[in-house]
Design a protein around this ligand. Structure first.
Ligand SMILES: Cc1cc2nc3c(=O)[nH]c(=O)nc-3n(C[C@H](O)[C@H](O)[C@H](O)COP(=O)(O)O)c2cc1C
Length: 156
């Protein structure tokens, strides 16, 4: 299978998750991983699985991720399975007010999932990985969970 993982990352946490996801795919697959600013639409040719990750900023994906996905033609992902992931802060790890705001805004992966579906990808799975604060670190065990999630993506 040909797999492409693309990600954006401001402080490095989403990048770490992206590489942990890559570790979950067997060497039998061709897996490419790219920072969003280096991805071109030609990199999506003949893909079997497209994985897109972003930090959550105000409940959304970053502008670069949005611009890239918006720029795909309408059926660009038809017949391609996809997965969306983000890094976010968990309500229960934050104080009352930040926790409520984080919950209210929601997760970038929900919006990325919608964008991928809109471009014809199916099925689309999504997951959030938890950071303890704005600049990280990732919560203990999240990288292992990301690797495990990648294995699960191949079964669905
Ligand atoms: C401008 C900005 C807005 C953010 N908004 C949210 C948010 O709405 N919800 C949330 O859970 N985390 C939010 N965060 C925290 C990010 O989730 C966190 O910075 C990110 O997961 C770290 O990933 P990175 O190291 O890949 O940049 C925000 C961070 C920044 C810088």
């Amino acid at each position: 299978m040909k797999i492409l993982i693309i990600f954006d990352s401001m402080y490095g946490c989403t990048e770490k998750v992206a590489y942990a996801i890559k570790d979950g795919f067997s060497d039998l697959h061709q897996v490419d991983i790219m920072q969003i600013s280096h991805v071109g639409y030609g990199d999506l040719a003949n893909l079997d699985l497209f994985v897109v990750g972003s930090p959550t900023h105000g409940g959304r994906e970053t502008e670069d991720v949005k611009t890239f996905l918006d720029g795909l033609s309408d059926h660009a992902l038809r017949g391609i399975r996809a997965a969306a992931f983000d890094t976010s802060m968990a309500e229960e790890d934050q104080g009352f007010f930040v926790g409520k705001i984080v919950k209210w805004f929601g997760h970038a992966s929900t919006r990325i999932e919608r964008l991928l579906l809109d471009k014809g990808a199916e099925p689309v799975l999504k997951e959030s990985f938890i950071v303890l604060d704005k600049e990280g670190p990732l919560k203990d065990g999240e990288l292992e969970r990301a690797t495990e999630w990648a294995r699960h993506l191949m079964d669905k």
